[in-house]
Design a protein around this ligand. Structure first.
Ligand SMILES: O=C([O-])CC(=O)C(=O)O
Ligand SMILES: [Mg+2]
Length: 600
C-alpha cells in the first residue's frame, strides 16, 4: 500500500436514497461527506482518521511513493540504508539516462493507446521521470497524454483501467499525510468529453491529462494537482450496458439534484482547501453555463470549454485578423464569423471575441454582436425560427433575416458571405470540399478553424483545407494535424493548433500565484491578448497563429504574468507580496515558482 500514489478522486452519488456512497477505497472521500452532519466541517473527521495511520518513514517513501521514487537513480548510500543493495542493478543511473531508456521503450509501443498506458504506468511509478519525458518531448507526448489519444483512453477507460493502477488511498488523506494541499483541481462529470459525448466516469483521463499539462506546460507542482470526476451516472447506453464499465450505472439526475450535489462537493472542497482553483471541464453545455454563472464571482474558478477555448481562439483570431489585414487588406470591421456548432465552446468563443471588439476596438455592443452567425443542428439560429432556443443561444439569435431561414451550411455561407468559418460541431467532415471552395471564392485568405476534438471529429483536415483553397487558408484546428507539403513548391506548411493547452496552464498558474478574488472576464481577455502577442518574430514570419509548442513554459509564463498584472491593477489580487513587486518582475516571479522535474 502506498500513501503517495497519485490519486484521482471520484465522487459518486446514489440518487435513489439521496446520499453519497463509498464504492471502494477511492470513493472514501465521498463517504466522509455523507457521514458528516450538514453543518459540520469535513476536516476534523479527516484529521482524526489520518492521525490513526502510520506515518511512513522516509526510506519507505523513497521506494513506495511515485513522487519520491527515483528507481535506479537511488544513491549507493541510500540503497545501503534501505537494505536494497543487491536487490537492484549495480549502476546508479541519472534521470537523463532513465529518460532516454524510457523514450526508447515508449517509442517501441505500436499504438497510441499502448503509448498512453505506458505513460500512465510510468507516472504511477516515477512521477518526476514521467514529467522529465513529457517536458523534454512535449510535442511528441502532448498528443498521447492529451487530445487526440486521451479521447480514445476515455472511450476505453473501463477496459484499460486495471493498467492505470488506481489509487490505493483517497486523495485527502494523501494530501494530509504528505502535508500538501492541492492548488488546482480539474473537475468534470464526464457528460460531454471532447466531441465524444457523455462518457460518464470514463471521463477521468481528461481531468488527469489537463493537469499533466499544467505541470508540463506551466510548472505547477504535480503534488498540488487533484483530478476529480463527479460520477453522477451517465446517459450513455453503451456504458450502462458494458460489463466492464466502472461508474455508477444510473441515468443522470435532474437539474435540481445535479446543482445541489455540485454545491455540496464544492462547499466541502473549499472548506478543506480555501485557495483551491477549480477548473470546470467538459460538462454538458447547459450545466457548463449554469455552473459558471453560479460560481464565477464567488470563488476562484473558470470553465475551460467556455473561457479557455474562448481565450485561445480569440488569441489565434487576433493573429489571423492581423495577417489578413496586412496581406489581403481586409479591415477588422469587415469580418463576419460563422460558427458551425452552438455549444459551450462556440458561445464562449463568440463572447470572448465580442469583448475584445468592444473593449479594444471601441465597437458598441450591437455592432460587435452582429459579427456572429451561430448555426446549430437546425440551421442558422434566428429569433423567428419557431423553435424554443436553449438559453445560451438566445443572445446571438439573428433578427435581421427578414423571415428567411437557412438550414444547410452552404446556404448559410451564401447568405452571410463570411470571412471566417469556425467549427465546433463535432460533426466530422462538415467543411466539405464545396464549403471550403466557396470560402475560397469569397475571400483571398479564408479563415477556417475546424476546432472539434479529437481529430476524428474535426470538420475538415488541414490537407482538405489547403487543397480546396489553393493553399490560401488561414487555419487552426483543435487537435494538431500533420504538416502539409505543397506539391508544386515542396514548401512545408504547418497548421495552427488552437487548443486550450496554450491557455489554461498559464491562466491557472497566474491565478494560483495572484489568487484574485475571482477570475474576471477582464483577466481572461488580458490572458488571450498576451498569448496573441507571445509569438516570436520568426514564428510570425512563418505565418503562424500560435507559438511553437516546445516554448510552452515561456508562453505560459507570459500568460500568467499578464493574469497577475491584471489582477493587481484591478485590485483583486489577494497575495500581499505582489504589491511590492514591479510589474516588470512578474515574469521572473512566476518563473521562479515553476516546478521542474529533477531528483535534486
Ligand atoms: O481538451 C481539449 O482538447 C479541448 C477541450 O477542452 C475540449 O475539446 O473539450
Ligand atoms: Mg474540454
Amino acid at each position: 500500500m502506498s500513501l503517495y500514489r497519485t490519486a484521482n478522486l471520484v465522487l459518486s452519488k446514489t440518487w435513489r436514497n439521496q446520499r453519497f456512497t463509498a464504492h471502494n477505497k477511492p470513493f472514501l472521500f465521498a463517504k466522509k461527506i455523507h457521514t458528516q452532519s450538514p453543518s459540520s466541517t469535513i476536516m476534523p473527521a479527516l484529521k482524526e482518521e489520518s492521525s490513526q495511520l502510520h506515518q511512513p518513514t522516509k526510506s519507505v517513501d523513497a521506494v513506495h511513493s511515485p513522487y519520491y521514487n527515483n528507481g535506479t537513480a537511488l544513491s549507493a548510500n541510500m540503497r545501503q540504508k534501505m537494505h536494497l543493495t543487491g536487490q537492484m542493478p549495480s549502476a546508479v543511473d541519472s534521470i537523463e539516462n532513465q529518460a532516454a531508456r524510457a523514450l526508447k521503450l515508449v517509442r517501441s509501443r505500436q499504438t497510441q493507446l499502448e503509448k498512453y498506458t505506458f505513460m500512465a504506468q510510468l507516472r504511477n511509478n516515477n512521477t518526476r521521470l514521467f514529467y522529465k519525458l513529457l517536458n523534454d518531448h512535449i510535442e511528441e507526448f502532448a498528443p498521447i497524454i492529451y487530445t487526440p489519444t486521451v479521447g480514445e483512453a476515455c472511450q476505453k477507460y473501463s477496459d484499460i483501467y486495471p493498467f492505470l493502477t488506481p489509487p490505493d488511498e483517497i486523495i485527502v488523506e494523501y494530501k494530509q499525510r504528505s502535508g500538501e494541499t492541492p492548488d488546482i483541481t480539474v473537475m468534470t462529470d464526464g457528460s460531454r468529453i471532447l466531441g465524444l459525448g457523455d462518457l460518464g466516469m470514463n471521463g477521468m483521463p481528461i481531468s488527469m491529462g489537463k493537469l499533466q499539462l499544467y505541470v508540463a506546460g506551466a510548472g505547477v507542482d504535480p503534488r498540488k494537482t487533484l483530478p476529480i470526476v463527479l460520477d453522477f451516472g451517465t446517459n450513455n447506453e453503451k456504458n450502462l450496458a458494458d460489463e466492464h464499465y466502472l461508474g455508477v450505472r444510473e441515468k443522470r439526475p435532474n437539474d435540481k439534484v445535479f446543482y445541489n450535489a455540485v454545491d455540496q462537493v464544492l462547499k466541502s472542497l473549499i472548506r478543506a482547501f480555501p485557495d483551491l482553483l477549480v477548473q470546470f471541464e467538459d460538462f454538458s453545455s447547459e450545466h457548463a453555463f449554469g455552473l459558471l454563472e453560479r460560481y464565477q464571482d464567488k470563488m476562484l474558478c473558470f470553465n475551460d470549454d467556455i473561457q479557455g477555448t474562448g481565450a485561445v481562439i480569440l488569441s489565434g483570431l487576433i493573429n489571423a485578423f492581423r495577417k489578413v489585414e496586412t496581406e489581403s487588406k481586409v479591415p477588422l470591421s469587415d469580418h463576419r464569423i460563422v460558427f458551425y456548432g452552438a455549444g459551450s465552446a462556440a458561445i464562449g468563443v463568440a463572447r470572448q471575441i465580442q469583448e475584445y471588439l468592444e473593449i479594444e476596438h471601441g465597437l458598441t455592443e450591437e455592432q460587435a454582436k452582429k459579427v456572429f452567425y451561430i448555426c446549430d443542428s437546425k440551421g442558422l439560429v434566428t429569433a423567428d425560427r419557431g423553435d424554443r432556443l436553449a438559453e445560451h443561444k438566445v443572445y446571438y439569435a439573428r433578427h435581421d433575416n427578414n423571415g428567411n431561414q437557412f438550414q444547410s451550411l452552404a446556404d448559410i455561407i451564401d447568405y452571410v458571405k463570411p470571412t471566417t468559418l469556425i467549427g465546433l460541431s463535432s460533426s466530422t467532415g462538415a467543411f466539405s470540399k464545396n464549403i471550403l471552395e466557396r470560402m475560397s471564392q469569397l475571400n483571398d485568405q479564408p479563415i477556417v478553424f475546424p476546432l472539434s476534438n479529437p481529430s476524428t471529429k474535426a470538420e475538415c483536415t488541414f490537407e482538405d483545407a489547403m487543397k480546396a483553397t489553393n493553399n490560401k487558408v488561414v487555419f487552426a484546428s483543435g487537435t494538431a494535424f500533420p504538416a502539409y507539403i505543397v506539391p508544386e513548391t515542396k514548401q512545408v506548411r504547418m497548421p495552427g493548433q488552437g487548443n486550450n493547452m496554450y491557455m489554461f496552464p498559464g491562466l491557472g498558474l497566474g491565478s494560483i500565484v495572484a489568487k484574485p478574488e475571482s477570475i474576471t472576464n477582464r483577466i481572461i481577455l488580458r490572458a488571450a491578448m498576451a498569448l496573441a502577442d507571445s509569438l516570436t518574430e520568426q514564428e510570425r514570419a512563418n505565418g503562424w497563429l500560435y507559438p511553437e509548442l516546445s516554448r510552452i513554459r515561456d508562453v505560459s509564463a507570459t500568460v500568467a504574468s499578464a493574469v497577475v498584472d491584471q489582477a493587481v491593477r484591478d485590485k483583486i489580487a489577494t497575495v500581499e507580496e505582489l504589491q511590492s513587486i514591479s510589474p516588470s518582475e512578474y515574469q521572473n516571479y512566476v518563473k521562479e515558482r515553476m516546478w521542474t522535474p529533477s531528483y535534486k
